[in-house]
Design a protein around this ligand. Structure first.
Ligand code: MAN
Length: 349
């Protein structure tokens, strides 16, 4: 088997019952896809917490924020013929799409990288304003100097785009607004400029003509992004045939920028693979793994809210060890270690 990930024996590290809902009346349905960083001598995860009301029989209900930041609960009768509930993540009603859960971001920290707990002095991050009324999701975190940059998915009825916030202390945040407009997600900033420019991987969707491909953008100031180039397509007939998207910030190695990315096939089976980009010209793809480096094989990766998913957007590097934190089955948070050398050996002879 292609999988070279050594899963933590303690997996899952966090389950929905380990975290308190953000308000009375809501339950946590899923913990997903954390951003990862070091701060104040600890390891931190910025979890995506997906909530909805405790479900009543025969009814699908979920919260959204109104433009004033107040929670509103929408309810749909399951017997309603115009309601399409085939995907547990999204419902369609009368031509409109809604998320079945509302996500916010929650900080947990750890000294050993295994046991994580909330620190009440660091409050959660919620969606704010009209571009985040359906919540915020899947945040990548990168540190440049003393500043941490957060790139995350902003969801609203306007569409799905990439938001940018920054902070130095995880208490006060600067909101930089929408960095890349819909439909776009899976945005990972490079941790340092290359040739004097900032770079970001991102994932527009152009389903009618084109697809869900990984793109590269550059910026002089982290504010204005341009020179968009397509780096990688989905590959028909393979594990990454339907959609691909970058994981965390690329890892700088002496062979190139190593990108861990997720790929899904038409059956929505999410695996992880790797790509190597030129150190001086990240628009040049040197190599890409033929097979995944990690697949949903453990029980907790195969069944859950949305089964057959391993999805990462956060990792730490220590020598040859890449410690990935990932969402399994869109339900629980797990950890795994991979050797950088063995990933690289699948990319270059
Ligand atoms: C999308 C996103 C992720 C999620 C996967 C699998 O890519 O919503 O957050 O983990 O789908 O459901």
């Amino acid at each position: 088997m292609a999988d070279i990930a050594q899963r933590f024996p303690q997996n899952p590290l966090l389950t929905p019952s380990d975290i308190q809902p953000s308000r009375p009346g809501l339950e946590i349905t899923c913990l997903l896809n954390p951003g990862v960083f070091r701060f104040n001598g600890k390891i931190w995860l910025l979890l995506r917490v997906a909530e909805r009301p405790v479900q009543k029989p025969g009814v699908t209900s979920f919260p959204i924020f109104d433009a004033n930041g107040q929670i509103e609960i929408l309810e749909f009768d399951n017997a309603e013929p115009r309601l399409d509930r085939t995907d547990p993540r999204v419902i369609r009603f009368d031509g409109r799409h809604y998320l079945t859960t509302l996500s916010h971001l929650r900080l947990v920290s750890s000294t050993d990288g295994i046991r994580f707990a909330e620190d009440p002095s660091y409050p959660p991050l919620f969606g704010q304003g009209e571009l985040e009324t359906y919540g915020i999701e899947d945040c990548r975190v990168v540190q440049m100097g003393e500043t941490y940059y957060l790139t995350y998915t902003q969801v609203s009825h306007h569409g799905v785009g990439v938001g940018l916030r920054s902070t130095k202390d995880w208490l006060a945040f600067t909101r930089h607004g929408m960095m890349i407009p819909p439909h776009n997600k899976d945005c990972a900033l490079f941790g340092e400029p290359v040739g004097g420019k900032f770079f970001a991987l991102h994932r527009p969707s152009s389903p009618e003509l084109g697809g869900n491909y990984i793109w590269l953008a550059e910026s002089p100031d982290l504010e204005y992004w341009g020179r968009h180039r397509c780096l990688a397509h989905t590959r028909p007939g393979r594990w990454d045939s339907a959609r691909i998207g970058a994981g965390a910030s690329p890892v700088k190695t002496d062979r190139g920028w190593l990108v861990i990315y997720h790929g899904a096939n038409e059956k929505h089976r999410y695996c992880l693979g790797a790509m190597l980009l030129d150190l001086n010209d990240p628009a040049r793809v040197i190599a890409r793994t033929t097979e995944p480096v990690m697949e949903p094989v453990a029980d907790y990766e195969r069944s859950g809210f949305f089964g057959n998913v391993v999805f990462t957007n956060g990792h730490l590097v220590n020598g040859d060890t890449l410690t990935l934190y990932y969402g399994a089955s869109d339900t629980v948070i797990c950890g795994a270690r991979l050797s950088l050398r063995s990933i690289l050996s699948r990319l270059i002879d």
